[in-house]
Design a protein around this ligand. Structure first.
Ligand code: GLC
Length: 539
């Protein structure tokens, strides 16, 4: 392990989606006890910590991203004591534990909203974003919900609309109200006092809205649309100037950081969906007084192309200063990278080189459950679709269930995720069964073994963990950069294509790092990389 306080800088965080990791009580839905049982496996990968997607009390309309009690565990996942046991086991294995905090909105079942919606004069009347209809009865402005339709729903009791950026059952809290900000900081303190090591902050740039409720302008014809939402979604037709990333958020993030600083060694990683995500990531993580890290959808929605990656990294480098990114290729909201980046061509070699690239970037990393197995996106038939987002935009966008199906542990019924004869909440993808953990565990050529080797390579070289990054010219088809810290400099080169590529090394190198399982040929200054291979050289 690295120095305790800064473990997160360059750390690798393994994301667990509790519903789909391991079902210990045999009801077809994963739970905390199941996760605890599998922590030895997680630690064996060589990651620094875990991020648990929400396990709090919730009606589960957005599968836990709609919280009705921030301080308790949903019975479906277990009890608070189960969480304490998980925390203890993780810590005994040297794993940090980050939990999801969904503080921008609550469930409509949360007692705060129940009170707020009762009338216009109760003590929580202004805790949510309420507004009068226009004189013609229509919503107060043109803001849209990411999950479809207007961002406003009419409530007959108050004869007003309330704001929701997601489902109608996820009313948006009014962060302009100081009591709301304090209540959410108090909820976070509860978990910090329990011993968690940090938070993944859901929709971190959505906390504040424009108090004047001004209309968003349209995206001018021919200009790039918003990242983070599928093309089929009209949400991408607006410039999100007034409904998110408001300037007031910076002061709140400083307040939040002050709380984190009371608990040394804790950290935050914010989720950013924005018109200018990289700039926002730089703004939110620079200066050491706001977030520690943030991630955007730039690589989560990325096409496979060295040129695209170069462009994203270049753009971020220009903005970065001391900002600290957290890169991810996959998570519970997007199509698994193996499928998105076309691993069908070579389902073993391709995921390995993608991981090699991810683990070599400057920043921290989120690795999504199953990514270490090279899992492809699951095909979920319409009648089994659970995600409300998918139901709205079907068939153009099939929702997020394809990356949320249960983890295959063994090549057996339901992948060993749940007891035989029990129907899991989402079907296990049969094409994933031959890629199960047990099938890859002892195979040196598997994606799983490569993940372990690559993470060992990363932690053995400080330049790969915390070094600066400088892009180098290795031709159009390859991606190359130098990582540098103190007296260590490493040149990293990746061939993400299915064809052998050749380039002239842009700088003199000494020996190549080995032990990672990739191959290359070198003839003086000429480097030849076979399909889907990577190389690291000490400078
Ligand atoms: C974030 C979560 C996503 C959720 C949404 C609303 O984007 O990652 O799963 O649906 O926020 O909370």
């Amino acid at each position: 392990m690295q120095d305790n306080t800064f473990w997160w800088r360059g750390g690798v965080i393994y994301q667990i989606y509790p519903r789909s990791f391991m079902d210990a009580n045999g009801d077809g839905i994963g739970d905390l006890a199941g996760i605890t049982d599998k922590l030895d496996y997680v630690a064996s990968l060589g990651v620094d910590g875990i991020w648990l997607s929400p396990f709090f009390t919730s009606p589960m309309l957005d599968f836990g991203y709609d919280v009705s009690d921030y301080r308790d565990v949903d019975p479906m996942f277990g009890t608070l004591d189960d969480f304490k046991a998980l925390l203890e086991k993780a810590h005994s294995l040297g794993l940090k534990v980050m939990i999801d905090q969904v503080i921008s909105h609550t469930s409509d079942q949360h007692p705060w909203f129940q009170e707020s919606r009762a009338d216009r004069t109760n003590p929580k009347a202004d805790w949510y974003v309420w507004a009068d209809p226009k004189p013609d009865g229509t919503p107060p402005n043109n803001w849209l919900s990411i999950f479809g339709g207007a961002a406003w729903t009419f409530d007959s009791r108050r004869r007003q609309y309330y704001l929701h950026n997601f489902l109608t059952s996820q009313p948006d809290l009014n962060f302009h109200h100081p009591e709301v900000r304090q209540a959410q900081l108090d909820n976070m303190r509860f978990w910090l006092e329990l011993g968690v090591d940090g938070f993944r902050l859901d929709t971190v740039n959505f906390y504040f809205h424009d108090a004047e409720l001004r209309d968003n302008p349209p995206v001018p014809a021919g200009e790039a649309k918003t990242l983070g939402a599928p093309d089929a979604n009209p949400y991408t037709w607006q410039r999100h100037v007034y409904d998110l990333s408001r300037p007031e958020n910076l002061d709140f993030l400083k307040q939040l950081r002050a709380l984190m600083d009371e608990f040394p060694g804790t950290t935050t990683v914010g989720e950013i969906g924005d018109d200018n995500p990289l700039a926002r990531m730089a703004e939110y993580t620079a200066g050491g007084d706001k977030l520690h890290m943030a991630y955007t959808f730039d690589l989560l929605n990325a096409p496979r192309s060295a040129a695209y990656l170069r462009e994203v990294l270049e753009r971020f480098q220009r903005l970065a200063g001391d900002a600290w990114p957290c890169w991810a290729l996959s998570n519970h909201d997007v199509v698994r990278s193996a499928t998105r980046w076309g691993a069908d061509e070579d389902p073993v070699a391709y995921p390995k080189v993608a991981l090699a690239m991810l683990f070599s970037l400057r920043g921290s990393v989120c690795l999504y459950q199953g990514e270490e197995l090279g899992l492809m996106e699951a095909e979920v038939p319409f009648e089994r679709i659970q995600d409300p987002y998918g139901k709205v935009l079907w068939p153009e966008f099939k929702g997020r269930d394809g990356c949320r199906t249960p983890m295959p542990w063994e090549n057996a019924e339901h992948g060993g995720f749940t007891a035989a004869g029990v129907e899991p909440w989402l079907p296990v993808e049969t094409r994933q069964l031959p890629l199960a953990v047990a099938a890859q565990q002892d195979a040196p050529a598997s994606v799983l073994s490569a993940t372990r080797r690559l993470l060992a390579l990363r932690s053995a070289h400080p330049a790969l963990v915390e070094g600066d990054l400088q892009l180098v010219d290795v031709g159009e088809e390859l991606l190359g950069f130098v990582r540098e810290t103190g007296d260590e400099r490493i040149l990293c080169v990746f061939n993400l294509t299915g064809e052998a590529r050749e380039t002239r090394l842009p700088i003199p190198v000494s020996e190549a790092l080995d032990g990672h399982g990739f191959t290359h040929e070198r003839d003086g200054e000429i480097l030849r990389l076979p399909p889907y291979q990577a190389a690291w050289f000490v400078l």
